[in-house]
Design a protein around this ligand. Structure first.
Ligand code: PRP
Ligand code: URA
Length: 212
């Protein structure tokens, strides 16, 4: 019996179209970066769909009325370095007041285990809804380590937002962090023997920063 994956797939046509452009090996650094930023903005629109609202009294040029404003916790945005940086501006376009924390992790190419090298977070992570961003969810080791680090610093409400995922990565987060909703734009077939997502889009960090 196949195990159910708990994941939200953002299948909006604009997201899917832009992701296809990103996957193509001919797509250069500038276009890749622009597309990632655009998709991050579109995905942020989807993941904030259920944010709570409250009514306030306002006055338009025509009349007094009640109108809705966001009511929930403030937002913190946490990119996993390096590649997560490529999603920051897109989310900030929609949520400009979000505080931004950074978690530095890289995957050891031999063991595929995450190695931590940086962590700087807003002081009030416990009071914020944290959106953790990384374009790639492969084994899930990096995202899982980042979520653990954030929980150790007191974080409570977190959402993981990735672009391309492998079933292995989603399974890892479901098992280790069942409290964290996972949003992706695609669930690909599998990982290859180097831990790369197939078909994927290659090394996201290298394609964003031109370090191929
Ligand atoms: C990539 C990617 C994720 C991680 C995913 O980062 O951006 O952080 O790999 O793989 P995992 O799910 O198996 O952990 P990488 O380690 O290449 O570092 P970089 O962003 O600095 O290039
Ligand atoms: N990291 C990447 O950048 N790409 C993959 O396919 C897997 C991990």
């Amino acid at each position: 019996m196949s195990e159910e994956l708990h994941v939200h797939v953002v299948d909006h046509p604009l997201v899917q179209h832009k992701l296809t452009l990103m996957r193509q090996k001919e797509t250069g650094t500038k276009d890749f970066r622009d597309l990632l930023e655009e998709i991050a903005m579109l995905m942020a629109y989807e993941i904030t769909r259920d944010f709570p609202l409250r009514e306030i009294a306002i006055e338009t040029p025509v009349a007094k009325c009640k109108a809705k404003v966001l009511a929930g916790k403030k937002v913190g945005l946490v990119p996993i370095l390096r590649a997560g940086l490529g999603m920051v501006e897109g989310v900030l376009n929609l949520i400009p007041a979000a505080r931004v924390g950074h978690i530095g992790l890289y995957r050891d190419p031999a063991t595929l285990k995450p190695v931590e090298y940086y962590c700087k977070l807003p002081g009030d992570v416990a009071e914020r809804t944290l959106i953790v961003v990384d374009p790639m969810l492969a084994t899930g080791g990096s995202a899982s380590a980042a979520l653990t680090m954030l929980k150790e610093k007191g974080a409570k409400g977190m959402i993981l937002m990735c672009l391309v995922s492998a079933p292995e990565g989603i399974r890892c987060i479901n098992q280790k962090h069942p409290d964290v909703p996972v949003y992706v734009a695609a669930i690909d077939e599998r990982l290859n023997d180097r831990g790369y997502i197939v078909p994927g889009l290659g090394d996201a960090g290298d394609r964003i920063f031109g370090t191929l």
